[in-house]
Write a protein that binds this ligand. Structure first.
Ligand SMILES: *Cc1c(COP(=O)(O)O)cnc(C)c1O
Length: 426
């Protein structure tokens, strides 16, 4: 069923919901509502976390309330100190990098590969100094970054790697899953992502038991501090008294330093129950994205005006985003292509504005020219097309025609896009 808002001028809108929710999700929600159990920190969270551990192949998988919170807590776990340096990709959503604004560290934006928009390994290595503590990267659009090469460089220099896997659920890299390739993986289950936990949700994946202990404290309103046994534990109050049970280890510990005051960042049982069902449907949801992406890629492969990244055999791409590049000097500009697509009712979002040029980062001294490839692609070449499971076959065919027309249609009539789109359809 086509569900296009009648007031919308878009026949193929950008996705508001990335996955499809149906009867199985409703049944899971019904079970939670009827259970009478706590709606927080219960068995659905445990089951969802276990399923994600098995899926990703990490020792720990811990839910939080969003992908943004996941990255912020991953950065926290690194214990960055003033003067430390962190290398980041500029080609991602702001939540990948902006948690660093709260830390007194030097941030270096590294450039991206011109075909994948993922971190360029040479650019990353060239920015490493003795003070470099971490790299934060994204698997852009779901396509895994060159993790073997990146981790070789990172390990050689003692640099930790945070993978932002917000797009990459369902991806495979040389038989392994993003989220288990670096030191910490961060997932988002926002409404627009590959699966959703009812609108908002996130997850961290990693292997370090100390991180698991610290993270579990923070997300359940306990301080992350450096604690040692207290001499008071030998005092007059006995821990075996019933009211002392509720004090936990409070009385028996001494705090030397607070790293994080603690927060409430655990995913609700309703979200976890829906996430569990969505994870079971991941193959089906990603399969539909891959089918649409295949159709778009075959269309574009015939057109000399564009270039696409090829996808090697050892990568499975879940196509959270479908991206192509308009070649300069081939008779049509990127901006003309986007105008023509918009005129044909296709909503185009170019993701993402280079982060080093956002005001927060310019305010810290970052400048145009810092990441020339990222800038050239975003300002002149890059296009992202709608590609999500709820797109109908009719919308896909409309998009294919609009695309052919936008790239090859005559635009010397004074009218953009629409007229040549109509010709292509006729
Ligand atoms: C969506 C997204 C996030 C943030 O996730 P939320 O769950 O929306 O907070 C972080 N990084 C990237 C790359 C994203 O696309």
């Amino acid at each position: 069923m086509l569900t296009v808002n009648e007031n919308s001028r878009y026949f193929v809108p950008a996705p508001a919901v990335g996955s499809i929710l149906g009867g199985a999700e409703l049944a899971a929600l019904g079970e939670v509502v009827r259970s009478g159990e706590s709606l927080s920190q219960g068995r659905w969270r445990d089951a969802f976390e276990q399923a994600m551990r098995e899926h990703v192949g990490s020792r720990y998988a811990m839910t939080v309330t969003s992908g943004t919170v996941a990255v912020a807590l991953a950065v926290h776990l690194l214990d960055l100190a003033p003067g430390d340096e962190v290398i980041v990709t500029p080609q991602t959503f702001k939540a990948t990098v902006d948690p660093l604004l709260a830390h007194d560290v030097t941030v270096r934006f590294c450039d991206v590969e011109p075909d994948t928009l993922n971190v360029d390994v040479d650019s990353f290595e060239s920015l490493i100094t003795p003070r470099t503590r971490a790299l934060i990267l994204v698997h852009y659009g779901g396509r895994p970054a060159r993790m073997d090469e990146i981790m070789r460089v990172a390990r050689r220099h003692g640099v930790r790697v945070i993978e932002d896997c917000a797009h990459a659920l369902g991806a495979l890299y040389r038989g392994r899953r993003p989220g288990a390739l670096g030191d910490i993986g961060c997932f988002s289950f926002h409404s627009s992502k590959n699966i959703t936990t009812l609108g908002e949700g996130g997850m961290l994946t990693f292997d370090d038991p100390e991180w698991a202990e610290r993270l579990d404290r923070i997300r359940s309103n306990a301080a992350d501090g450096v604690l040692i046994p207290s001499p008071l534990s030998a005092g007059p109050y006995q821990h075996s008294e019933p009211w002392m049970m509720w004090a936990g280890d409070s009385y028996e510990k001494e705090c030397l330093r607070i790293r994080h005051p603690g927060s409430n960042a655990t995913l609700s049982e309703a979200g976890a129950a829906v996430g569990l069902v969505q994870l079971e449907r991941l193959g089906e949801l990603a399969g539909r994205r891959r089918w649409i992406a295949g159709r778009l890629a075959r269309t574009l492969a015939e057109l000399p005006q564009v270039r696409l990244a090829d996808v090697p055999e050892d990568i499975h791409h879940p196509y959270h985003l479908f991206t192509f590049f308009v070649r300069p000097g081939q008779g049509v500009s990127r901006d003309e292509v986007i105008h023509a697509l918009e005129d044909a009712g296709v909503q185009v979002q170019v993701r993402y504005f280079p982060l080093h040029l956002r005001p927060e980062w310019r305010g810290r001294g970052h400048r145009l020219g810092e990441c020339p490839v990222t800038e050239r692609l975003w300002f002149h070449e890059q296009v992202n097309l709608p590609c999500y499971p709820s797109m109908t076959d009719g919308q896909v065919e409309h998009l294919v025609l609009a695309l052919k027309s936008a790239l090859t249609g005559r635009r010397d009539t004074g009218e953009r896009g629409t007229s040549s789109y109509e010709e292509a359809r006729a």
